[in-house]
Design a protein. Structure first.
Length: 663
């Protein structure tokens, strides 16, 4: 490889990988400062020959396609195909117009159309404005708002960005520039409320064992039998997960949390529908706990894939079931012999998730239903204390969350000593001394950083819940919990968010990065690597989108922002919401039927489930985002999934509460 080519490759690698020593603010350093000492010839060759992801095929202005609250942050980004980048000027004026309005265009195709009553109706976006660029700002038709998109270079490539946060007028708008239009967007006082409606509709379509007319017939009305002895349980119903037929309790239990969040913060007209949906789900959950108090793990997950083992491979990145095969359709006749299998293995995370969500949902049900939830939650808690877990960080956080919710119901159920012990053990898992990135959590015995696909911020959420529920643990420990939570947000989430142009928060830290010579782990200080996305070269070959991670972090930021009346946290949460809603390098809304432009979604149940969130972007080798945008369906980025939606409605409720309290 010629030296000039190597230098070019190195320059590209440094610009896009963000490998710089403890610097999260200045992407324009000398090449010698940017080259990470671990880079090898193999990495150079890989970067040189690997094709970078194509974000867009035409010039696009990305916004939140659902819209903004009047006081929301409103960052917009122009994205151009690689072959167009150098053709565009450094600064690009833009204008905000009401929907259907636009600047006068040249209209030179035919003199007959010039200066007439009706606008020229052909190829509007391809026709230039009526002025030369140098006079563009001074000779326009006085749009509602004008500004300039400025070119930036980042580790994800070249973009043009602008901020119109100070534009607060309510209405439906569109952004116009010389080169393209944005999709329409709204500004109003309940900009994100439509997500609540979407979540309720999505859950209904995820119901198992019922007919969805014109979508799918009745299926699995005969579930299921225990894997240990074939004993049949009345476990039909409940919700499918991720648009397929499997009913994972570790995920679907948290639908109850989402329903409670909407009940408490959403429109009151939803409340009867919420209660009905919660009852539907709980019939299944209440069938999945035995008389001893063990909660079963899943129904219909299927056998292990060839070459994998449950005890070694089932949990990966604190995410269960990555080696499961799924299940085939049954005849819907109970006790006919083809019922699906209930996995009877004991899973502490499912145990604690059951306790936590039964306590939460009990608050919106009738007294009799509430009593049933509490009895079963206490039974599950007693079982969990009889059979302790292996002390991994996820289980520790899950136990603390469950214990606090149960004590909040009845102080006699869980002792203060137990609560205090769990808090202190969790605090020991936090990194306090590393710089610049700190306050993240470790796994047990500091074997690695804590990372999770579905439950990414749960240790921090546990600290937040301590501050919200305020068990009588003493002012000193409460203050420590507060400082540790704020440290996690400030010195981990928000600090690393500055490493990319969309302020996307990190997926996690790595102590022992896999295949570090072939994929980028950005320098987080010391010997610690960090990534915005899951690493593509991993032991189980799992490429998983991070919409769940982003929305979990948005929920944490928003609820913390409400608790401390901190606008910065609300705005940070909204920027993550905007990422999902279209302000990303693809300009695509990652929840179907919410915005205007979406990736192709995939579901095993039917071709398209309404109001479905996608798994979202996976990471490229250099830690830039990749979203499949062809008509091929890859479950890595286009699979639909409940989990991001559960967290999204939690974030939406908190954001709305903040604005209601401060307007």
């Amino acid at each position: 490889m010629k030296s000039s080519v190597i230098l070019s490759v190195l320059k590209n690698y440094c610009l896009h990988s963000g490998c710089r020593s403890n610097d999260f603010s200045n992407p324009k350093k000398n090449i010698s400062d940017l080259i990470h000492p671990s880079i090898s010839i193999l990495a150079i060759q890989l970067i040189y020959f690997m094709k970078k992801p194509i974000y867009v095929k035409e010039i696009t202005i990305a916004t939140s396609q659902l819209g903004y609250s009047p006081n929301s942050p409103k960052q917009i980004t122009l994205i151009a195909p690689e072959n167009e980048i150098e053709k565009l000027p450094f600064e690009i004026p833009f204008f905000v117009q009401t929907i259907g309005s636009r600047l006068k265009r040249e209209h030179q195709k035919h003199q007959m159309w010039k200066d007439k009553y009706f606008r020229w109706p052909y190829e509007i976006s391809n026709d230039k404005p009526f002025t030369e660029r140098e006079n563009y700002l001074s000779m326009n038709e006085h749009p509602l708002y004008s500004g300039v998109l400025v070119r930036i270079e980042s580790r994800w490539g070249t973009f043009w960005q602008a901020d119109l946060t100070d534009f607060t007028e309510c209405g439906i708008f569109q952004i116009e520039s010389e080169f393209c239009f944005s999709t329409p967007f709204q500004i109003n006082n309940n900009a994100y409320g439509r997500l609540n409606y979407g979540f309720l509709s999505f859950l209904r379509f995820q119901r198992s064992g019922v007919e969805m007319p014109d979508f799918r017939p009745v299926e699995f009305a005969d579930d299921g039998v225990l894997d240990s002895n074939g004993f049949a349980l009345p476990a039909a119903g409940g919700w499918n997960d991720a648009g397929d037929f499997r009913k994972w309790l570790c995920f679907t239990l948290f639908n109850l949390q989402g329903l409670v969040d909407i009940y408490e913060n959403g429109h009151s007209s939803y409340q009867s529908q919420i209660i009905e949906e919660a009852r539907w789900g709980n019939l299944y959950f209440h069938a999945m706990i035995n008389e001893k108090g063990q909660v079963y793990e899943d129904l219909g997950g299927g056998a292990e894939r060839d070459g994998t083992d449950y005890t070694k491979d089932w949990w990966w990145e604190n995410h269960p079931g990555v080696t499961a095969t799924g299940s085939v359709l049954t005849d819907n006749e109970p006790l006919s012999g083809d019922e699906r299998t209930i996995r009877g293995a004991y899973n502490p995370w499912v145990q604690f998730a059951f306790i936590r969500n039964q306590c939460m949902v009990s608050s919106i049900l009738t007294p009799a239903e509430r009593s049933n939830c509490i009895v079963l939650a206490k039974r599950a808690w007693d079982y969990s204390q009889k059979y302790p877990h292996d002390n991994r960080t996820l289980f520790l956080a899950g136990e603390l969350n469950a214990a606090m919710e149960l004590r909040h119901i009845n102080k006699n159920f869980v002792s203060l000593e137990k609560i205090t012990h769990l808090i202190e053990e969790l605090l020991k898992r936090q990194e306090l001394e590393n710089v610049p990135v700190s306050h993240f959590f470790y796994e047990k015995d500091k074997t690695d950083g804590f990372r999770s696909i579905a439950f990414n911020t749960d240790p921090a959420v546990a600290l937040l819940n301590v501050l919200i529920l305020k068990p009588e643990i003493g002012a000193s420990l409460l203050e420590t919990v507060k400082l540790r939570l704020l440290g996690y947000i400030e010195k981990y989430l928000l600090l690393d968010a500055q490493s990319n142009p969309f302020e996307l928060t990190p997926y996690g830290v790595f102590l022992n990065p896999e295949h570090s010579e072939e994929q980028t782990f950005r320098d987080a200080g010391g010997s610690i690597g960090i990534r915005t996305f899951l690493h593509p070269l991993n032991s189980l070959q799992v490429p998983h989108g991070t919409s769940s991670v982003v929305m979990h972090q948005a929920m944490l930021l928003a609820k913390t922002g409400v608790l401390f009346n901190e606008k910065r946290y609300i705005h940070a949460a909204e920027k993550l919401m905007h990422w999902i809603l279209g302000h990303n390098p693809y300009g695509l809304c990652l929840i179907s039927d919410m915005g205007f432009k979406h990736p192709v979604q995939g579901s095993f149940v039917n071709l398209k489930i309404p109001f479905a969130p996608l798994a979202g972007c996976i990471g490229w080798f250099d830690d830039s985002p990749y979203q499949e945008i062809s008509n091929a369906v890859e479950w890595s980025t286009q699979e639909i999934w409940d989990v991001p939606y559960i967290y999204a409605v939690g974030a939406v409720g908190a954001i709305q509460k903040y604005y209601d309290l401060n307007n």
